[in-house]
Design a protein around this ligand. Structure first.
Ligand code: NAD
Length: 484
């Protein structure tokens, strides 16, 4: 049993003001595997106040990016030194296949030096030529950040908030998802181990209501939110009322365009993994696969053949690629979409049910729908499960049009043997990011985020980090040259 009885506030463990606890249930065994306390408004007030103290009177904002980066690197190394434990803990709390969660967690932790280099390349003070004279532009920490994250990759999601926030000098209050709060505590353990100054990182678990309280807290200057589009709209409304700086990373319904010249032997691993990784529970997954009509039968056969060979089962088993869904309600949601696809006339060519040999755990078989019309719910709404939809297209213009005919605009992929043509097609997709043939979805180190209902703003890369900085322009008299 994993048990945590306190929050991490102002550099130390803090007793909760209330008595409620949050049980964490393994999606694999359906048993309670641990618990954490649930934050009340008083706990959140204490966390925000600690972060404000770190901002207004602490050393953190005064340190250089490289000095802050040294702490963050130590935290990352501390997590890397217990990577096995951290990954199995995440598997226990939210059911991700170990093969996937260990790859992404390890990968992100080794990217920290790159992030430090990017942050260090952003000038904190810059002299520009203005209309009349020179202008000194300062980039200052935006203030206290509220980081609110979902459950689907707990440590990576936390890193996407904590790393840019801390590198840019902004103390953070992190609210993990109620389904997966346990692994976030490893970050607090690491913060203590490396002597992170008090108030810089605060960890306060809870659900939607306390998340909303944190968003609206007057002591919070910026909200960095990752989650569903429905919750993002509420967060945006609250931030709008308060004119509060916010980034929203929301849902998706991304398309993979397989071009006529695609080499299936080369692309299948990437196509399948990018469509089904984490049992379909990744925002950027390409869950709509668009195929030229001339190659439709060939690709269907390959997908059915290769996806039916994926190991579905115990997510701790390193050869498992499809594990259980995070919660019983998530399985119900996915099954509801499968039912609606059938009712609207799509055809299941693989899966569609629960694996017969797995009576315990919230599993759904990897499922492929063919004969999908883009107006169907399964084509338009985010399912967040191991379900892909196949579409036939006649020419590339039609493929792009189907890909863009969605309320979302998060990721995308183009599979082709002609990389230059692939870039041209990717440029026509109305999404925040896209890959050609291979590599992880999600911006590849460039800015990452969504268009349309997939979000507002960007995280990662220079542009993502800059969103944690406030700009100030000091206009100087004509002819005056400031000292360096
Ligand atoms: P969710 O929106 O239900 O919850 C996400 C987080 O927000 C949780 O911590 C939750 O407690 C909190 N929350 C919910 N309502 C809130 C509110 N009104 N105010 C403040 N906080 C609130 O999403 P989920 O089910 O945990 O995660 C799945 C969703 O996240 C999917 O839609 C997926 O596409 C999206 N997601 C997006 C990205 C991205 O980068 N774009 C990455 C991962 C997941």
């Amino acid at each position: 049993m994993y048990t945590r009885n306190e929050f991490f506030i102002n550099g130390e463990w803090a007793r909760p003001a209330g008595n409620d606890i949050l049980n964490v249930i393994s999606p694999t065994t359906e048993q309670v595997i641990g618990h954490v306390p649930v934050a009340t408004a008083a706990d959140m007030d204490a966390a925000v106040s600690a972060a404000r103290g770190a901002l207004e009177t602490g050393v953190w904002p005064k340190l250089s990016v490289l000095e802050r980066g040294a702490y963050i690197l130590e935290i990352a190394n501390s997590l890397l030194s217990q990577l096995e434990y951290a990954c199995h803990l995440q598997v226990d709390e939210m059911g991700a296949p170990y093969s996937w969660i260990s790859a992404v967690t390890g990968y992100w932790l080794t990217l920290i030096q790159h992030d430090i280099d990017v942050a260090a390349s952003i000038p904190v003070k810059e002299v520009l030529e203005g209309y009349m004279g020179k202008v000194v532009v300062y980039r200052e920490p935006v203030g206290v950040v509220a980081g609110i994250i979902p459950w689907n990759a707990p440590i990576v999601n936390a890193l996407t908030k904590v790393v840019p926030s801390l590198l840019t000098g902004c103390p953070i209050v992190l609210k993990p998802a109620p389904e997966s709060p346990l692994s976030a505590y490893l970050m607090a353990d690491a913060a203590i181990a490396v002597g992170l100054p008090p108030g810089v990182f605060n960890l306060v678990p809870g659900g939607r209501e306390i998340g909303e309280y944190l968003v609206g807290h007057p002591g919070v200057d910026r909200v960095s939110f990752t989650g569903s589009t429905a919750a993002g709209a509420k967060v945006a409304a609250l931030c709008g009322q308060q004119i509060k700086n916010a980034t929203l990373e929301l849902g998706g319904k991304s398309a993979a365009i397989v071009m006529e010249d695609a080499d299936l032997d080369r692309i299948m691993p990437s196509l399948i993994s990018n469509s089904l990784q984490n049992s379909g529970q990744v925002c950027v997954n390409t869950t709509r696969i668009l195929v030229p009509r001339s190659r439709s039968a060939e690709l269907r056969d390959r997908l059915v053949d290769e996806i039916s060979q994926l190991k579905v089962g115990d997510p701790h088993d390193p050869i498992t690629t499809v594990g259980p869904l995070v919660a019983e309600r998530q399985r119900e949601r996915v099954e509801g979409y499968i039912k609606s696809g059938l009712e609207q006339g799509a055809k299941i060519i693989l899966g569609g049910g629960r694996p017969k040999d797995l009576p315990t755990g919230w599993y759904v078989e990897p499922t492929i729908f063919a004969e999908v019309d883009n107006s169907m719910r399964i084509a338009q709404e985010e399912i967040f499960g191991p379900v892909v939809c196949l579409f036939d297209y006649d020419d590339v213009e039609q493929a792009v049009s189907i890909a863009n005919d969605t309320q979302y605009g998060l990721g995308g992929a183009v599979y082709t043997s002609d990389l230059d043509r692939g870039i041209e097609v990717a440029a026509q997709m109305k999404t925040g990011s896209c890959i050609i043939n291979e590599g992880p979805l999600g911006g590849g180190g460039g800015p990452f985020g969504g268009c349309k209902k997939s979000g507002l703003g960007r995280e990662s890369g220079r542009e993502g980090f800059e969103s944690y900085l406030e700009l100030k322009s000091v206009a100087l008299p004509a002819g005056f040259d400031p000292k360096e």
